[in-house]
Design a protein around this ligand. Structure first.
Ligand code: SUG
Length: 442
């Protein structure tokens, strides 16, 4: 799909064949709660692709980021394991299960953490900018950025249109989790926007019980390298209360698009000041619409367990108001279901809630918004990006066929030492890459 106007594309992470419940993310309550459960990678990938199909059917731009090579033998070899593949897996399984789990993690599915993206309308040099996230807080995620960078370069490699920067240094001063802590607001996708960068801590000192995964320095570094104008860029602090309630990324308590911000009362350290600053930065360009959810309507605990805010907020073709694409858990949680019913009946900017089943991902703390990276592209950028990564329904059908043919429907910890499983993961990924015309990544 490429058009004559600037469009927002959602690039979803294609859920990989090694999707499993390793319980590796401290502060992510779902990951901890479901640790050790049996996963179903086949169902997970089909659910993710059905979500993509929903957007394609609506006429929205949809792309895909392929899964990363797993198991990550580079990680295991760098930790001193050696010999044949089978010997490496066996030795890691005996002496460092945590490292073995990290090597099999399919966590790149949460594409909102792949990078921070600034559309060309916001950047001094008129290019579309990406900074792959170093994800340095969690061991299993910290190994993603080299292959994520390769994915982005394969798709957005044309330097006349795109700038794919290096990830920030992997020191804890620079902890960066990408677009999950970044909101862009604007009058239309193609117009210059206000970019809000959200951090959980200023330096290394911890003011929270759970890890604050984004630093202010990381945000400031990205603002500088993307060449963003200062009067349209601002910084906000995640509230410690939200982090400690399980909102390990800001997108667990806040989502925004175009002129609308939908957020929990306790999303930011000082939500009133944040809103005032956004209004000031937007003045002359658009009038900010806000939907603030008070804690006495939806307590933080329900916001985190239902993932109300980890929804995609979309300008749906043919509809006057925005559509919230929410996880089915939001309908099953009393407070969030009632809030959504009243919200769409009110006069606000969100006119409809559509529910989507991404349970396999949800059980690791990843909702609809975690699974996608938003990329606003001008018509020329749509032409310049790699067409293999853009989806239509026929391609989704073919990807689902590959998933059904190559993915397992049960994966538990015991499978991670099995050479046959490791080989299946490689074969499945190569078949997907071939379909996406991205075999250069194999
Ligand atoms: O980083 N879960 C991911 C979920 C990321 C959600 N992304 C956004 N909110 N944008 C994380 O905590 C769990 C993996 C495991 O335990 O197996 C995990 O990595």
């Amino acid at each position: 799909m490429s058009g004559s106007e600037t469009l927002e594309f959602n690039f979803d992470g294609l859920i990989g064949p090694s999707h499993n419940y390793a319980g590796m993310s401290d502060g992510n309550l779902a990951s901890t709660r479901n640790a050790g459960d049996v996963s179903n990678p086949c169902e997970a990938a089909l659910q993710g692709l059905e979500k993509m199909r929903l957007l394609v059917r609506a006429g929205l731009g949809q792309g895909v980021l392929p899964p990363l090579p797993r198991p990550n033998f580079d990680l295991l070899v760098s930790a001193g394991f050696h010999g044949s593949d089978a010997q490496i897996l066996e030795a890691a399984g005996k002496s460092d299960l945590r490292l073995l789990k990290a090597a099999f993690s399919a966590s790149s599915m949460w594409a909102a953490n792949a990078a921070t993206v600034s559309p060309s309308a916001d950047a001094e040099d008129g290019r579309l900018h990406f900074t792959p996230a170093n994800l340095s807080t969690m061991l299993h995620r910290s190994a993603e950025y080299p292959d994520t960078t390769a994915n982005l370069l394969a798709i957005f490699g044309d330097p006349d249109h795109f700038a794919v920067h290096s990830a920030l240094p992997t020191h804890e001063y620079y902890s960066d989790e990408g677009a999950a802590n970044h909101v862009r607001l604007s009058s239309s996708h193609g117009a210059g926007g206000v970019e809000v960068f959200v951090h959980g801590r200023e330096g290394v000192s911890a003011q929270t019980r759970f890890p604050a995964r984004q630093t202010r320095l990381a945000c400031e570094s990205i603002v500088r390298s993307h060449g963003l104008t200062h009067d349209r860029t601002l910084h906000a602090q995640q509230s410690a209360v939200a982090i400690d309630a399980g909102a390990f990324h800001n997108d667990v308590v806040c989502v925004g698009t175009l002129d609308t911000l939908f957020f929990h009362e306790h999303a930011f350290e000082n939500s009133k000041d944040v809103i005032r600053s956004i209004r000031e930065a937007a003045s002359g360009a658009f009038e900010l619409q806000t939907v603030m959810v008070p804690d006495d309507r939806v307590p933080l605990s329900d916001a985190v367990s239902s993932y109300l805010f980890n929804s995609q907020l979309l300008a749906w073709p043919g509809e006057d108001k925005l559509v919230l694409l929410a996880p089915t858990e939001t309908r099953e949680t009393e407070s969030t279901r009632v809030f959504c019913e009243e919200m769409v009946a009110s006069n606000g900017p969100i006119g409809r809630v559509e529910y989507v089943d991404v349970r396999q991902s949800m059980r690791n703390g990843g909702g609809p918004a975690c699974l996608r990276l938003r990329v606003v592209m001008t018509p020329a950028q749509q032409e310049a990006c790699h067409p293999g990564a853009l989806l239509d329904e026929a391609k989704i059908d073919r990807l689902q066929d590959i998933v059904r043919a190559t993915y397992r429907d049960r994966v538990s910890e015991a499978d991670l030492v099995d050479l046959e499983f490791a080989n299946e993961c490689r074969i499945a990924r190569e078949a997907l890459l071939e379909e996406l015309d991205l075999l250069e990544l194999a």
